[in-house]
Design a protein around this ligand. Structure first.
Ligand code: PA5
Length: 317
């Protein structure tokens, strides 16, 4: 699935947004979704952080914040369209009178969007949600553009980093070998946080291991002290795009003899760097799954959690 990302992304560039855009200025933007769908919100948050004059929030919860109103734009993302937290958040947003738009491949969410006349983008079915990342991201960017919110000027060019090459493959393998039999800690700057979080999620879901994320500069105000006597099982992956602060982090960890991998990002703008980082992280998690002899697709514990939720909560739109 990951090897086909560039082709999938190219196809997604042709997705159509269905709906009638609300002609108004929104007071705030919310992007909501869980796991492999929710990470799209983190990416967009990062891309808009210094540029947007409109506040933007990522929600990974059953509920919308109390301030959501008829002046909010709420973008709801669920690959399956059946994730309870996301369905519940969508209803909450509707009840607050917000403008709701939906990105899904099917399920109750898409049914809901169609029956309520909401704006939506339908993405291709048949992938693991996390492997549908380029589809979900492009569909969401298109939905935002539909409302006049241009997140990124040259999306098509940035997609080039999703081409599967022998270089990408060897970095992914190197990372997998580096992480094998360890508890990895992935450290990044704020703007590159989506890569670190996505890497963790991919290691959890595909490779079936635990992982930790730390974000700089906050790391320098608390977590840094915890490294003074590091456990043998810890290995550090430093997400690096030339930022001198991250050079300090790598040097600091190496001085403490912590095995440290500097994960050099390709790409000349923030979106390209994030796409590259997410792509390599995904492939690395698959190679690690192979090393650990586990099936990357099946996520039994998530199924168990979702079964519990379904037995307790029912969403009636
Ligand atoms: O990647 C995965 O399989 C999960 O993280 C899912 O994305 C998560 O459980 C939410 O499901 P969905 O993306 O279908 O809303």
């Amino acid at each position: 699935m990951y090897i086909k990302w560039y082709e999938l992304a190219t196809k997604a560039m042709g997705y159509e947004v269905i709906g009638k855009p609300a002609i108004k200025e929104f007071k705030d933007i919310i992007i909501t979704g869980m796991g492999g769908s929710g990470i799209v919100g983190d990416v967009i948050y990062s891309l808009l952080y210094t540029r947007s004059r409109t506040p933007i929030t990522v929600v990974k919860d059953f509920r919308m914040p109390g301030w959501v109103s008829k002046d909010s734009l709420v973008c709801v993302i669920s690959y399956s369209g059946n994730t309870l937290e996301t369905l519940s958040a969508a209803l909450d947003a509707m009840n607050a009178g917000a403008e709701v738009c939906v990105v899904a491949s099917g399920g109750k969410l898409l049914e809901f969007a169609i029956s309520k006349g909401l704006t939506y983008v339908k993405v291709d079915q048949g992938l693991a949600p996390r492997a549908a990342f380029p589809l979900l991201l492009i569909a969401t960017l298109k939905a935002l553009e539909f409302y006049g919110i241009n997140v990124h000027g040259n999306l098509e060019r940035s997609l080039n980093v999703l081409k599967y090459t022998s270089e990408v493959d060897s970095v992914a393998k190197e990372l997998a070998f580096f992480i094998f039999n360890s508890l990895p800690v992935i450290l990044s700057s704020c703007r590159l946080y989506p890569i670190a979080m996505r890497f963790k999620n991919e290691l959890n879901e595909n490779s079936k291991i635990m992982a930790k994320v730390e974000v700089i500069p906050e790391w320098g105000h608390n977590d840094i002290v915890g490294w003074e006597l590091p456990l043998d099982v810890i290995r550090a992956v430093v997400v690096y795009d030339g930022d001198p602060l991250m050079e300090f982090v790598a040097r600091f960890l190496r001085d403490l003899k912590v095995p440290t991998y500097v994960f050099n990002l390709e790409g000349d703008d923030l979106l390209s760097k994030i796409l590259y980082g997410v792509y390599v992280a995904g492939l690395a998690s698959i190679y690690l799954a192979e090393l650990r002899k586990v099936d990357p697709v099946v996520t039994r514990s998530i199924d168990r959690y979702k079964e519990f939720l379904n037995s307790r909560i029912s969403i009636n739109a």
